[in-house]
Design a protein around this ligand. Structure first.
Ligand code: BGC
Length: 766
């Protein structure tokens, strides 16, 4: 196998000094020349000409290989050895991947290598902050670098394809999978989608050290009714085109090699059997050239949805809708296994099957699997242990934390005067939770918890006491991730009454209390929706008891949904998400001011669960004067707005200008603004541009994000930031014309550091 090129990440501004510096500018894809479309097609067609119907159906079937379940592994391997499997998922051990590939390449008739897929969501061995955290960095370059590291590790062990990024817009925090996406906004979501695709795929499919990206779940999955995972989605065309589809379009434009169809029904038609979605929109309108995979078992499940009449019908419907590969149900029967019969009966055409087979073979050819199918085990070890990867993880965690509030500047902590810290909370010393969901090959021993990060930072001179504070309650229903074939995760059990008393005592006798509260990683993610935003267990009681001591309290939220602290006001509140392998080290750097927080919320943070949904980009509708009074019992405004996040400095905005006052439909306009660091710390600010169209073919949201840039400024420094608003930024899909339109209208522009930015200007489009 070719040697993976060294990691070349560009320097990340604002990064804390590291013992092993981040290498300078480079290009992992240097010298990479993709194969021509013609050559790839000719090679695929030559293989197709040799294949039997069974081999074709197998080539477009992907099986879970849960090695820990011997019977299932044997069944899958038998299929594979008989050339009736084109791809396997979930194997991530380099030796196993090597062994399985040897069987495919050396023992099967046509010697077609397997394509190995896996959920490399936010790292393989080096765990990055969870995807919503990367979005909260408002730094697409950072997201790209993080996923480039993930790809490099994955490719080194023999994985070729990731089921990521998740680009589902999420506007309902009850939905657990909001952790995997970029939050509520289509513009931020599109930037993060494209950046992650670039990170995974490098200069294009087949770049050494990269893997195929598979944006998911096409489409609308984040809008499941009631936030209940897998439940139906009913979205208007306007919401689809303007909100839910743009991140997919951005991922396709960035060259994503794969797309995964969603589990649920979209407006009554299951996404996996939805010809309009998969073929009319994705292939025909957007020109997607890669292959489409189903979500796990979702072709098979077209029967379960009461859409297909039989397994055979399910296979036919999925194929005809546009699916190229079926991810077979774990432990279940594949629908595509029935395709040879349907072919023989003339129910599907040879062309339809061959098109799917061709797309899968083309992916293998482009990845270079026919030339280099194997893993270099020594190289894999070296890549997995690359210290540079840990640096990227730490910087990513530093840049994604969001400081929500900081009374009287309690943060940063002053290490010179502090003598004692009480670190409290069930998540303060949990390595497994620090890395978050969707990780299976992480190294818990090397993971830096918040407690360990603080201890390492302050050294022996400061007393650090720790109490877990309260036990996390168990889930009512088991998660798919805490039962076989996944590892059971041990839960810390304490006597809550005694531990809360002890926490209070520690806080009372310390200079500062740092509470790490939130949700366990099993409480967020797939099958982890929730009907409450409260702190689970007795954490709220713990928080209030510690607050009552009068010791200044810093709350670090380890969570990926907005939680409801019931009005409790710690001196400082910072969301650290699930910060990954280096999370504790990053958090310590943030707490002590080695680096300033600079992340921003990728969603509106509601006051409580009753306000959901509450997107910032809502319409003005009737009586906007009372928009904040829609509930008689409390303000109908969010607690923290989309785009909000503090730093250790303050920034001012001035001189908002447009280069023209009037443009014609189809022309661009440039908006500029000066941003100045008016405080005493070097820090980052995310300059955000919002527009509002005053009238048009349809009513438009009060504000829509249309540009952002994260900048690092020294105290007293000013920079002019320019945003180019292009015709596509002013276009939208209108239900009245059932098409995209760009109106001649007056637009407001707002620039500042959140969606509540007050600096405003206008321009006209004629
Ligand atoms: C999830 C997908 C995931 C797949 C394979 C499904 O349950 O919805 O996002 O990629 O499993 O693990």
């Amino acid at each position: 196998m070719k040697t993976v090129p060294p990691l070349t990440v560009t320097a990340i501004p604002g990064a804390a000094p590291s013992s092993s510096p981040i290498p300078g500018e480079g290009d992992a894809g240097q010298g990479f020349r993709p194969l021509s479309d013609m050559e790839v097609r000719a090679r695929a067609d030559a293989l197709i000409a040799e294949m039997t119907p069974e081999e074709k159906a197998g080539q477009i079937t992907q099986y879970f290989d849960f090695l820990s379940v011997a019977e299932e592994a044997a069944r899958v391997e038998a299929e594979m050895a008989a050339a009736r499997a084109g791809s396997l998922l979930f194997v991530h051990d380099a030796r196993e991947l090597h062994r399985l590939q040897q069987t495919a390449v050396e023992k099967t008739r046509l010697k077609i290598p397997l394509l190995f897929g896996y959920d490399v969501i936010h790292g393989l061995r080096t765990i990055m902050p969870v995807p919503i955290a990367l979005a909260a960095s408002w730094d697409p370059k950072l997201a790209e670098q993080s996923q480039a590291v993930a790809a490099r590790e994955a490719r080194a062990v023999g994985i070729h394809w990731t089921f990521a990024p998740n680009v589902d817009i999420a506007r309902d925090p009850r939905w657990g999978r909001m952790i995997e996406g970029a939050g509520e906004d289509p513009y931020l979501g599109s930037a993060m989608a494209a950046a992650q695709v670039r990170g995974f795929q490098g200069a294009g499919i087949g770049t050494p050290g990269t893997i195929i990206a598979g944006p998911k779940h096409f489409a609308g999955y984040g809008a499941s009714i009631g936030g209940r995972d897998y439940d139906e989605v009913n979205l208007s065309d306007s919401e689809l085109w303007n909100v839910y589809l743009p991140p997919f379009k951005a991922a396709v434009d960035a060259g994503a090699g794969n797309i995964m169809s969603a589990y649920m029904g979209l407006n009554g038609v299951p996404a996996t059997g939805n010809h309009w979605l998969l073929t009319n929109v994705l292939r025909e309108t957007w020109g997607f050239k890669g292959f489409i995979v189903t979500d796990a078992g979702s072709a098979h499940d077209l029967q379960t949805h009461e859409f297909a009449s039989s397994l055979e019908d399910a296979g036919i419907r999925a194929l005809i809708a546009g699916v190229d590969m079926e991810m077979a149900p774990p432990f279940g029967t594949s629908a595509f296994k029935t395709l040879p019969k349907s072919l023989a009966e003339g129910k599907v055409s040879v062309d339809a099957v061959d098109d799917a087979v061709r797309r899968v073979l083309e992916a293998k050819i482009r990845m270079g699997l026919f030339e280099n199918p194997y893993v270099d085990l020594d190289e894999a070890e070296r890549v997995l242990n690359d210290p540079q990867h840990r640096v990227v993880a730490r910087v990513a965690a530093e840049r994604s934390a969001v400081l929500l509030h900081n009374d009287g500047g309690v943060l940063p902590l002053n290490g010179a005067v502090l003598q004692s810290i009480a670190v409290i909370g069930p998540l303060a010393d949990s390595a497994r939770d620090t890395t978050g969901p969707w990780v299976f090959d992480q190294d818990d021993r090397e993971t830096v918890t918040v407690l360990n990060g603080i201890r390492a930072k302050v050294g022996k001179g400061v007393r650090v006491d720790y109490s877990p504070g309260a036990t996390m309650p168990a889930r009512l229903h088991k998660s798919i991730f805490d039962s076989s074939p996944h590892k059971e995760v041990p839960r810390v059990q304490v006597d809550d009454d005694a531990e809360i008393r002890r926490s209070v005592e520690l806080a009372r006798t310390s200079d500062i209390a740092v509470l790490v509260l939130g949700e366990e990683q099993l409480m967020i993610g797939e099958q982890a929706s929730r009907s409450s935003l409260d702190l689970p267990g007795r954490q709220q009681e713990l928080l209030d008891a510690v607050l009552a001591t009068g010791t200044p309290v810093v709350v670090l939220l380890m969570a990926a949904r907005p939680l409801d602290l019931k009005g409790s006001k710690p001196a400082a509140l910072m969301t650290i998400w699930y910060p990954g392998t280096q999370g504790g080290a990053a958090v310590a750097n943030l707490l002590f001011g080695d680096v300033s927080p600079g992340g921003k919320l990728p969603f509106n943070w509601p006051r409580n669960i009753g306000q959901i949904p509450m997107p910032y980009a809502h319409l003005k509708t009737h009586q906007p004067r009372t928009a904040g009074e829609r509930y008689w019992n409390e303000p109908s405004t969010p607690l923290y707005v989309f785009g909000h996040g503090l730093s250790y400095s303050t920034f001012t905005f001035s001189r908002l200008q447009t280069d023209k006052t009037r443009i014609a439909v189809g022309e661009s306009i440039t908006v500029s603004v000066d941003v100045s660091n008016a405080g005493e710390h070097e820090a980052d600010e995310v300059v955000q541009l919002y527009i509002h169209q005053r009238y048009g073919t349809a009513a438009r949201p009060v504000r829509e994000l249309k540009g952002f840039e994260r900048v690092t400024l020294a105290p007293g420094q000013t920079r002019t930031i320019r945003f180019k608003l292009q015709p596509h930024d002013l276009r939208y899909w209108a239900a009245s014309t059932r098409s995209f339109v760009q109106d001649a209208a007056v637009f407001d522009v707002y620039v500042g550091n959140s969606s509540a930015a007050s600096l405003a200007g206008t321009f006209e489009v004629h």
